[in-house]
Design a protein around this ligand. Structure first.
Ligand code: B12
Ligand code: SF4
Length: 452
């Protein structure tokens, strides 16, 4: 069969991201089938039309990574872009259309009916190979393969079915889209495990990847990292929900990097939990350069209410450990969720003043996702009903705070023009700036230039 895999993600804030999910989807397709990948960061819509005519795919797989930009002010939804894309494909091709990806897996049933695709694959895409074989054999995939939903099935799959089979990352440096990321900034990405076992009230990650860790063999992760380095990567972002949610495993992965000869810098998301004293210095010796802490608040009342697995003192300790190891450090905040008041906001900002040589990204709205504790809170508080459409972003409204503008105003007032206090992801202009710097040879996420 002829299979076209599509990445429609053209978001450039904070920078364009390599569509790593499709490497695994492509890797699951058995030999004997013909596979092409089109990344709309590289392939224009006109070029896509030509590809559809020349290649004439039997199956088209679309990776729906982002639903929206999750920003309450300046909110941007991508659903219409996906719907337009599916209409375009339908008018030019008879291919069976399958959707998947992290955004899709958060609200699979709604996405499938909104986009009008034939099938959706909830969670990991490694079952795509089975789907291809089923279609080739004329069998109905949604009835025979777990985790797949179709327009005709009335099942209610809401949680990902974990994949325990083989996994292959199909990365090729000579592919057109890999060349794009290698040339513009040289940032590629890498995964060392799936799942997050923490239970923060607002988080969709356990619903996407599952709540149970599935750890990759550290040496295999390091071999992949080396392969990406040899392909020309200049920086690696580890895409794990929280790289240090299994401390021993993260140390083993880092040591394996050093062992096999990975020399390029790398970074990822970290939870500022209690860590061994030499944790960050060990990782720094193995090439870690950037630490992005999911701090969310610097008020214990709020951290407790968000069910974060750490407290303010842990954040200070983790920050100091990372700084002592000469790492670049950023903190992400999620202000205004349940438990927040104007007093806790002031407390968080007071505490933020005490953290030196860092960048703060303040997000001021908590998006409500199904299957989270926040969803239940919002239901109880009457903010939503069980029929509210959450594909269009809905944000938690905190009864203790006038509105989000009040939070933003407070943050901006306290920031007093400091460039390391960034509200949101920095908006479109920051993506344009980073893209220009990447074109000029700068490497990595580049937020370290804002650190003060
Ligand atoms: C790492 C990460 C980032 C990093 C990426 C760094 C990098 N260089 O890669 C950074 C910090 C830059 C980032 C930024 C953003 N992110 Co982000 N990010 C993630 C995270 C944690 C992991 C994504 C990832 O790469 N996973 C690893 C790969 C292997 O998994 P995957 O892509 O999901 O693919 C698997 C399956 O989904 C499936 N699959 C994928 N495609 C397809 C296609 C088909 C046909 C099939 C069948 C299956 C399939 O198979 C794959 C293998 O199993 C997710 C949360 C999560 N845990 O998923 C959020 C997440 C994707 N991000 C999200 C968002 C919103 C954003 C931003 C818009 C935020 C912002 N305002 O800046 C930007 C957008 C950036 C961009 N250019 O697109 C949201 C998307 C949901 C939503 N509400 O829209 C998520 C889900 C987090 C959340 N809030 O819930 N992000
Ligand atoms: S630690 Fe991070 S990824 Fe894990 S549940 Fe909490 S917010 Fe989500």
């Amino acid at each position: 069969m002829k299979i076209l895999l599509l990445s429609p993600n053209r978001v450039i804030t904070p920078y364009p991201v390599y569509p790593i999910g499709l490497d695994y989807v492509a890797g699951s397709i058995p030999t004997g089938h013909e596979v092409r990948v089109a990344d709309l960061n590289v392939t224009s819509l006109a070029a896509l039309d030509c590809l559809l005519a020349d290649f004439a795919p039997d199956i088209i797989g679309i990776s729906c990574r982002n639903l929206d930009n999750t920003e309450v002010a300046n909110s941007r939804s991508f659903i219409q872009e996906y719907t337009d894309l599916v209409s375009r494909l339908r008018s030019r091709s008879d291919a069976i259309i399958v959707i998947g990806g992290s955004g899709f897996s958060i609200m699979p049933r709604q996405m499938l009916s909104e986009l009008g695709a034939d099938y959706g694959m909830v969670g990991e895409g490694e079952r795509f190979g089975l789907l291809v074989e089923a279609i080739a054999a004329g069998k109905p995939p949604a009835e025979t393969i777990p985790g797949i939903i179709g327009q005709q099935t009335d099942d209610q799959i809401t949680t990902p079915v974990p994949w325990h089979g083989e996994q292959t990352r199909n990365f090729s440096k000579s592919s057109e889209h890999a060349g794009f990321y290698l040339e513009k900034g040289g940032m590629l990405n890498l995964q060392s495990k799936r799942g997050c076992s923490f239970k923060c009230i607002y988080c969709s990650y356990p619903a996407i990847e599952g709540a149970v860790h599935r750890l990759y063999v550290p040496e295999t992760v390091a071999e992949t990292a080396l392969r990406l380095q040899e392909a020309g990567a200049k920086y690696l972002f580890i895409t794990d929900s929280a790289f240090n949610s299994d401390i021993q495993h993260s140390l083993a992965v880092a040591r394996a990097f050093k062992e096999v000869g990975v020399t390029i810098p790398w970074g990822g998301f970290f939870a500022p939990v209690k860590l061994p004293q030499d944790y960050f210095s060990t990782l720094a010796e193995c090439g870690l350069s950037h630490v992005e802490f999911g701090t969310e608040s610097l008020s214990n009342t709020v951290l407790k209410s968000y069910r974060k697995p750490f407290r303010v003192s842990d954040v200070f300790t983790a920050h100091a450990q990372a700084r002592d190891a000469r790492l670049h450090v950023a903190h992400y905040f999620l202000l205004g969720g349940p438990g927040e008041t104007m007093e806790t906001l002031a407390e968080s900002l007071d505490n933020a003043e005490q953290l030196e040589k860092t960048v703060f990204f303040f997000f001021t709205g908590m998006r409500i996702y199904p299957q989270t504790a926040l969803y239940d809170i919002a239901l109880q508080e009457g903010l939503i009903t069980d029929t509210t459409d959450l594909l269009v972003p809905v944000f938690y409204h905190n009864p203790n705070i006038p509105d989000y503008q009040a939070i933003e105003d407070l943050v901006k007032e306290r920031a007093a023009g400091r460039i390391n206090w960034v509200v949101g992801s920095g908006e479109e202009q920051s993506g344009v700036t980073v893209t220009k710097l990447h074109e000029r040879g700068f490497v990595g996420p580049l937020w370290e230039y804002l650190a003060r």
